[in-house]
Design a protein around this ligand. Structure first.
Ligand code: KIV
Ligand code: ZN
Length: 523
């Protein structure tokens, strides 16, 4: 295999490792949308899911495999024939399919399948051989590699290469390593394992000590040519290496890290926002590259410097990550053409009937809010996308009584199926009262896991975005909505989460999106 030493492949695992973090569950359609965006932005390999985990995962991986235009589509499989066969069934339709099989090799992980070191070595040989008999492109990972004894790691990597693995991934599963060690480990493996120069070494870092980006770049300095990462650093616990961070670090500091990626960085902001919306994981304001404040300059000295020359305080341009420069807000006199142009700038290509619908919502918002900023429009589009035409529940009317004197109460009219129903309920504050009224009209046992409010823009008339996450019988659904009235946004977000839960219950069938196994189950 010829390896381009100047190029770092980007392997995105938002839909597998990212989605496995509790509460980040995405619907089938959302996974397809994110996969299409990853493909368009130039991601080399998309890890689309863990096909054996559930019917839902299998369906998503196989559909993404059929739809992907240029990315390699990869599925995860544990070290057994059943997982690997199921994975191959899901990815085989891709223009470029890959099987990714793994086993935990550290003392901590070896204890779980109760295999001796020799038995595990045999298992690795058999399963990688089996995967390679099905697919030309096989990735193998020794899970928890960074806590695996050096001699054993070297031995099993050699076995996997001999059995036909084409990519060797070295995961830092618990976020334990440090940049210098990460570089050394890859460098030593490449130097000492026979056949290492014939395969690509990958790095997969978790962020438990906040070093995932540094560790991934360290590994590249040591010779790795594939970085595994997720959008917004989504992932279990403290998350994975953030795609936007490694890609922008390689671009901005090309002088000292002379490797390039294939990523169209101008697509970063759009996909970051979509992943945040569909996963329900808000991006912290001070998050590198994609946080709301990443390009904001508050202090007088900074603003003064910026006005004189942008590079005083800016090492990259907002446009490079897809943030439109200072753009004028729209207002109530703005027309359809201005709205279409603005949406296009923000990365949303609308067909005519979508635009018509959005224009009506935009006018309603512009009546309540003098200036409609880019973030308001993004919230509007997100809201429109969240409210499906087939929704079982729809908020028709809401009035709350709130203030210093209890009880707070809410009057609600909800369309439930075909019928409009009305209820009044009390609660501890207007949101609680309104949620109780929804529950009276649509009784359910779903527990509220998250209720989060943030302002879309500044100002007293700013819209609030509300995220609601609910859980019922192991199924998690997230809803989001924005409105200038926080209570209205809250109820719409709650109704939106319930609609998603209903779709999950009915459309996918009992248990079909429930994980039968997790990648932590070893056999
Ligand atoms: O963190 C990890 O070790 C993983 C493996 C399955 C590659 O996600
Ligand atoms: Zn991982």
């Amino acid at each position: 295999m010829t390896i381009d030493k100047d190029r770092v492949l980007i392997f995105d695992t938002t839909l597998r490792d990212g989605e496995q973090s509790p509460g980040a569950t995405m619907s089938h359609d959302e996974k397809l949308e994110i996969a299409a965006l990853l493909d368009e932005m130039g991601v080399d390999i998309i890890e689309a899911g863990f096909p054996i985990a559930s019917e839902g995962d299998f369906a998503a991986v196989s559909e993404i495999a059929k739809l992907a235009k240029s990315a390699t589509i990869c599925g995860l499989a544990r070290a057994n024939y059943k997982d690997i066969d199921r994975c191959w069934e899901a990815v085989k339709h891709a223009v470029s399919p890959r099987i990714h099989t793994f086993i935990g090799t550290s003392p901590q992980h070896r204890a779980i399948p109760n295999l001796t070191m020799d038995e595990m070595a045999d298992r690795i040989h058999e399963t990688v051989t089996h995967a390679r008999n099905l697919c030309d492109n096989v990735q193998w990972s020794p899970m928890d590699a960074t806590r695996t004894e050096w001699d054993y790691l070297r031995r099993v990597v050699e076995i996997a290469i001999k059995a036909g693995a084409t990519t060797i991934n070295i995961p830092d599963t618990v976020g334990y390593t440090a940049p210098v060690e990460s570089a050394d480990l890859i460098r030593r493996l490449i130097a000492e394992v026979p056949g290492a120069d014939e395969v690509i070494f990958a790095t997969h870092c978790h962020n438990d000590l906040g070093m995932a980006t540094a560790n991934a770049l360290g590994a590249v300095a040591g010779g790795a040519r594939q970085i595994e990462c997720t959008i917004n650093g989504l992932g279990e616990r403290a998350g994975n290496t953030a795609l936007e961070e490694v890609v922008m670090a390689l671009k901005v500091r090309h002088d000292i890290m002379p490797w390039h990626t294939n990523i169209d960085t101008r697509k970063i902001m759009h996909i970051s926002r979509r992943v945040s919306t569909v996963s329900g994981f808000a991006v912290q304001p001070n998050k590198a590259i994609v946080g709301k404040n990443a390009f904001a300059h508050e202090s007088g000295i900074h603003q003064d410097g910026m006005l004189k020359s942008a590079d005083t305080f800016e090492i990259m341009r907002p446009e490079d990550v897809g943030l439109a420069g200072t753009s004028l807000p729209l207002g109530k006199h703005s027309g359809r053409a201005a709205l279409r142009a603005k949406l296009k700038d923000l990365g949303f290509d609308m067909v005519d009937n979508q635009l018509n619908d959005l224009f009506v919502r935009f006018k309603a918002l512009a009546d309540r809010k003098k200036e409609v900023f880019d973030d308001d429009l993004i919230a509007l589009v997100t809201d429109a996308a969240a409210a499906g035409t087939e929704d079982h529940l729809e908020l028709k009317f809401l009035r709350v009584i709130c203030g210093t004197e209890a009880p707070q109460s809410a009057d609600i009219t909800l369309r439930v199926g075909d019928a409009d129903k009305q209820a009044t309920a009390q609660g501890d504050g207007p949101v609680d009262a309104a949620f109780n009224a929804v529950k009276a009209l649509y009784p359910n046992e779903a527990a509220l896991q998250l209720y989060q409010v943030s302002a879309v823009t500044e100002g007293m008339d700013a819209q609030a975005t509300v995220t609601v996450r609910i859980e019922e019988d192991g199924r998690i659904a997230t809803g989001q909505s924005a409105d200038t009235d926080t209570v209205v946004a809250s109820v719409k977000a709650y109704v939106n989460a319930l609609n998603r839960l209903i779709v999950r219950r009915e459309k996918l069938g009992e248990g079909s999106d429930k994980r039968e196994v997790s990648y932590k189950d070893v056999n």
